[in-house]
Design a protein around this ligand. Structure first.
Ligand SMILES: [Zn+2]
Length: 453
């Protein structure tokens, strides 16, 4: 058994001082407040959120797509073309090396777990590997190495658009039929079962562009308890395409045609009418927001205030992994609302500051989206914890919600000192315990990729 002790900690009942946390078999056994210091001591302990949306391999493109191309208006769609050309070169070894670095960076940023929306399944020529879950198994191997909590979401991807056009050359690595996908999913589940008990498998129908209504109905029974993740309403062109072919905007269509509930996570949801926003909040589904990537790709701004006022659950994800930064993800979410509304503290409540609403919401919603018993410092939950450096200039002497406001708005992930994922103490003094080895392998992989591209 491990005992952690915090001068102050954020519990489901609010901020408490002198908090003693007992951990056994990866779970929090007990939480006692107002105690004298003992065990391993930390100034500030928080529940560590889940990163609810990642495409690990895209990390290797970070910083390489910021030039204007021949298209007079560079857009999400030109970026996607570049991304497709890039992934044509990736081998299973490359994907494992990239995923391991990504997971190290996520843990160092303060995330305890990741929901990996994994769609790179086939060999470059589009044929399945001998083990159809070869690529999924590489994500699992990376997670076993880094100690991150993994919710693997194998992606089902059928078509190149709502008109059921076949996939283009750059998309053949994603392709499955419902039958081939169920074989792949079973093999991926066997790989996930080799990880510690906090790992989960879910499912991700890619989007309403890539999956038709029959395909969606065919694959959902593979994971009756969820989690189910889907990209939805990220881009205006996507909304128009779904409206033209399915007769409703994507979020509206999903709510009317699928049993969307708290097992679901709707990724992006940036393009919604107010009635869709309110209906989605009432459905219990988590809004999977990726404010840094959405800014980078020019997706649009989530209607956060309306969604939260309607009782909606949300979490954050690093999506394209152009930058993996938890505090910045939360800050960007709030700043996008401020810039649109020309207001301050848009997501704050009377009794909870902006930082508290953002952090607590992301911890709770992220855990829900990953199907992970976590998101709070409470008995029975996985010990997903993050410690902040109480000696940082902007944290010293601060108490209560101001800690989170200072960390998110004045600070950054350099304030993260330690992270535990289901009790695995993988970040110490701000560094992942295997950072050097995993970063060296990533550098070698990138050098090989540069030579191949
Ligand atoms: Zn995505």
């Amino acid at each position: 058994m491990t005992i952690l002790w915090a001068e102050t900690a954020l519990t489901p009942e609010g901020w408490r001082d002198g908090v003693r946390i007992e951990i056994a078999a990866g779970r929090i056994l007990s939480v006692t407040c107002g105690t004298e210091a003992e065990g391993e001591r930390h100034p500030i302990l928080l529940p560590a959120p889940v990163n609810l949306h990642s495409h690990a391999f895209q990390r290797a493109m970070a910083g390489l797509t910021e030039r204007r191309g021949p298209d007079p208006k560079d857009s999400f769609w030109t970026w996607r073309g570049l991304m497709y050309r890039f992934l044509d070169h990736l081998t299973p070894d490359d994907v494992e090396a990239i995923a391991a670095l990504v997971q190290v960076e996520m843990l160092e940023a303060g995330y305890a777990a990741v929901a990996e929306f994994h769609y790179l399944h086939n060999a470059p020529n589009g044929a399945p590997y001998a083990d159809p879950a070869e690529m999924s198994a590489r994500i699992v191997t990376a997670a076993a190495d880094t100690g991150i909590g993994l919710t693997l979401l194998p992606v089902f991807y059928q078509y190149g658009g709502c008109d059921r056009r076949p996939l283009g050359p750059g998309q053949m690595r994603f392709f499955n039929t419902p039958d081939s996908f169920s074989v792949l999913h079973a093999a991926a589940a066997r790989a996930v079962a080799t990880l510690p008990g906090d790992a989960r498998i879910g499912i991700a129908p890619h989007s309403l562009r890539a999956v038709d209504p029959e395909g969606l109905a065919a694959v959902l029974p593979l994971v009756p308890d969820g989690p189910v993740h889907i990209h939805v309403a990220e881009q205006v062109a996507e909304v128009e395409e779904v409206l033209a072919h399915r007769g409703a905007r994507p979020v509206r269509w999903l709510l009317d045609n699928a049993a969307v509930d708290e097992r679901w996570c709707l990724i992006h949801a940036t393009q919604m009418e107010p009635t869709e926003t309110e209906a989605m909040a009432r459905s219990g589904a988590v809004a999977g927001l990726c404010p840094i990537t959405e800014s980078n790709l020019g997706d649009g701004i989530f209607d956060g205030r309306r969604f939260l006022e309607a009782g909606g659950a949300f979490g954050v994800g690093s999506d394209s992994n152009v930058r993996i930064a938890l505090a910045e993800e939360l800050r960007t979410l709030e700043y996008s609302q401020r810039l649109r509304d020309r207001a301050r503290a848009v997501l704050a409540e009377q009794k909870r500051s902006t930082g508290r609403v953002l952090f607590e919401g992301a911890a709770k919603g992220g855990a829900q989206a990953a199907g992970r018993a976590a998101g709070g410092i409470a008995p029975g939950l996985w010990a997903d914890l993050v410690a902040l450096d109480g000696g940082a200039v902007d944290l010293e002497g601060r108490r209560g919600d101001v800690i989170l406001d200072s960390y998110i708005f004045a600070g950054d992930d350099r304030m993260v000192s330690d992270v535990w994922s289901a009790g695995r103490h993988v970040v110490r003094d701000g560094r992942h315990v295997s950072r050097d080895r995993i970063a060296a392998r990533y550098r070698e992989t990138l050098a090989r990729l540069r030579a191949r591209l």
